[in-house]
Design a protein around this ligand. Sequence first.
Ligand SMILES: Cc1cc2nc3c(=O)[nH]c(=O)nc-3n(C[C@H](O)[C@H](O)[C@H](O)COP(=O)(O)OP(=O)(O)OC[C@H]3O[C@@H](n4cnc5c(N)ncnc54)[C@H](O)[C@@H]3O)c2cc1C
Length: 147
Amino acid sequence: MLDSADSIFDRLVNAAPPTAARAAFNTACVLGGSIAGLLAAQVLSDYTERVVIIERDEMGGPHCSRPGTPHAEQFHGLLPWTERWLKGFTDDVLNKGATISGTETTLTVMDGQRQALSHREYEIVCATRSLFESCARTSVLRLPNVS
Ligand SMILES: Cc1cc2nc3c(=O)[nH]c(=O)nc-3n(C[C@H](O)[C@H](O)[C@H](O)COP(=O)(O)OP(=O)(O)OC[C@H]3O[C@@H](n4cnc5c(N)ncnc54)[C@H](O)[C@@H]3O)c2cc1C
């Protein structure tokens, strides 16, 4: 029987890094060093001896636009689960200018019309995408087996 979308979502939300993992592969190669690539590298680092991320853009600092991510300076909101994989990520982005949008302070308006609240039970960390990416990159590249 197929899992419902809700149960798949619950499983993803409750996923956590392994307490004890062993390297099942020698080298894993991740194509693209953006948010998804960085998080993939973080997860793979528990299961491989070495992770190599291949990215075609030159990487800059927290406010750097680059061709591969033209949306880098757009406002983004992240649900709080990144912290589970990248310890210290939330404090790091908050110290660099991100804000937390709590359930009491969030108002979504589209074309002047107030929208129904979503993600009510979660606080959302808000910043530009380039800031998120820069902090995630710093955290992931600290792992000794990721380059
Ligand atoms: C205006 C806007 C607002 C958004 N707001 C939100 C939000 O609030 N919250 C949210 O969660 N998401 C938001 N998103 C979506 C979010 O930005 C994307 O889901 C996210 O950027 C996808 O990340 P990614 O790492 O999968 O891919 P991308 O960010 O597209 O990264 C792909 C990477 O691969 C690299 N690459 C591509 N081709 C190659 C190649 N051949 N060789 C090597 N490297 C390569 C690129 O340079 C890039 O670094 C928003 C998107 C937009 C456009």
